[in-house]
Design a protein around this ligand. Structure first.
Ligand code: BGC
Length: 455
């Protein structure tokens, strides 16, 4: 599979991870506890009772991992900082050992010729902040900014790009509305203030990073094109509503300084003032893309095979997830639809014309239940095809005039996939979670050739 997609000179290729998904070492060197430690310890929350206690043990094996990344030849590595490792209480005193770890990692990456891209907050909220209300509390937004100022001051001279908050929609929806992620609350629509506080945290942290001398600050927001289940008025109206709640509720405030429809009325605090902060100009807008969502009017058919149907959705919702037929699926059951990536990039260009900074695909990837074969190799042609086709989808958007500057593979290596535990493998590098042995997969070799063949 050597037909490489054509992307412009200077296009950034990267891979991505997040601290709780790879680091392990949850007790090491003064790290505090996060909501994910707590959530994993509660029986029934994670498949097979797994936790991120060891994960890939990247905290201890970072040198080996950076060497694998160097050999892979990507331009950039996006990783997150563990807030409880750096500020165990979420406020106040800094744990020097925690900050030192990232300082060393940044230097190791630079020495390997890889640009560090830092996510400040990728879901591992310090538990003391959760005890004080978590993202239901407005104060958490300011605490995030204070923490961002600390890490910005230490790492800002060497980090190429910054992402204050990973996927606010997923934290609000999975963590606070549905309860399938930490902190496991099932607030339904009462989770809307959480969305506002996360967005405010993004804006305040953006300002704090900039004040600390950091440059190139953006987002990594999850977006999914929403496809109506049919052309009926009811299905189209239901899909439009879902699209607003999932996509535009999170992008409009950042890019236009306003909430769509009547959502501003549901938000707490001085919303108009907050929107000024939330819409602090960005240097790039990062989109995490996995698959489109098909939505119909409620009550028509049981939506058994939709990936969203497995979620504990509350009764009485004005929309219903439906299966997406006619597309192959990953082993996670997610539809493989690269045209959805072209569409989402074009939609951003059109919706935010004149207000949109350059776009990046800050995550895209597919889960396959890979095994190390008798030959000692991991043959994952479906992952290679996935990335080839999604890179082509990016190239199609660029050819159509969309300014897309880079693509980050989720993920560098197999890791702790949140509520799914270790079953869903997204990595270019296979990790044997019993021995922690790393094995580059065929998709890693494909990228290696692609990157080496660049002019
Ligand atoms: C998240 C990752 C996650 C990936 C696959 C993204 O929503 O940022 O942490 O592992 O999707 O589910």
């Amino acid at each position: 599979m050597t037909e490489f997609p054509e992307l412009p000179h200077g296009f950034v290729f990267g891979t991505a991870t997040a601290a709780y998904q790879v680091e392990g070492a949850v007790e090491a060197d003064g790290r505090g506890r996060s909501v994910w430690d707590t959530f994993c310890a509660q029986p029934g929350n994670i498949k097979d009772g797994e936790t991120g206690e060891v994960a890939c043990d990247h905290y201890h094996r970072h040198a080996e991992d950076v060497a694998l990344m160097r050999d892979l030849g990507m331009d950039a590595y996006r990783f997150s900082l563990s807030w409880p490792r750096i500020q165990p209480e979420g406020t106040g005193a800094v744990n020097p050992a925690g900050l030192d770890f990232y300082d060393r990692l940044v230097d190791e990456l630079l020495a390997a010729g890889i640009s560090p891209v830092v996510t400040v907050y990728h879901w591992d909220l310090p538990q003391p902040l959760q005890d004080a209300g978590g993202w239901q509390s407005r104060a958490t937004a300011q605490h995030l900014a204070d923490y961002a100022a600390i890490v910005g001051a230490r790492l800002g001279d060497r980090v190429r790009m910054w992402v204050p908050v990973n996927e606010p929609v997923v934290v609000a929806m999975f963590g606070y509305a549905l309860g399938v992620h930490a902190p496991g609350l099932q607030l339904g629509a009462r989770a809307l203030p959480v969305a506002h506080h996360l967005l405010l945290g993004h804006g305040l942290a953006t300002q704090a990073l900039r004040a600390a001398g950091c440059h190139t600050i953006g987002t990594a927001s999850n977006h999914a094109p929403t496809w109506p289940a049919s052309d009926s008025t009811e299905d189209r109206a239901a899909a439009a509503l879902y699209d607003t709640a999932y996509n535009w509720l999170f992008a409009d405030p950042v890019l236009c300084g306003s909430y769509p429809d009547h959502f501003a009325e549901a938000m707490p605090g001085p919303v108009a003032d907050d929107l000024h902060v939330i819409s602090t100009p960005l240097d790039f807008y990062g989109i995490n893309y996995y698959q489109p969502t098909v939505i119909g009017a409620p009550g028509a058919t049981p939506a058994q095979s939709s990936p969203l149907a497995a979620l504990p959705l509350p009764d009485g919702l004005p929309f219903e997830p439906r299966p997406l037929s006619g597309h192959p699926t990953t082993d996670f059951g997610w539809a493989v639809a690269p045209e959805g990536l072209t569409e989402v990039l074009q939609t951003f260009r059109d919706r935010y014309a004149g207000q949109l900074p350059p776009l990046y695909v800050t995550e895209s990837g597919c889960a396959v239940h890979d095994v190390v074969g008798a030959d000692g190799q991991v043959h994952d042609p479906r992952r290679t095809a996935y990335h080839r086709d999604h890179l082509r989808a990016v190239a199609a958007a660029i050819a159509d005039g969309v300014d897309v500057r880079g693509y980050f593979v989720w993920s560098t290596m197999d890791n702790f996939e949140w509520a799914e535990g270790y079953r869903q493998r997204f990595g270019l590098v296979h990790v044997d979670f019993a021995t922690l042995r790393r094995t580059p997969k065929d998709s890693y070799r494909w990228f290696q050739q692609l990157l080496a063949a660049r002019p």
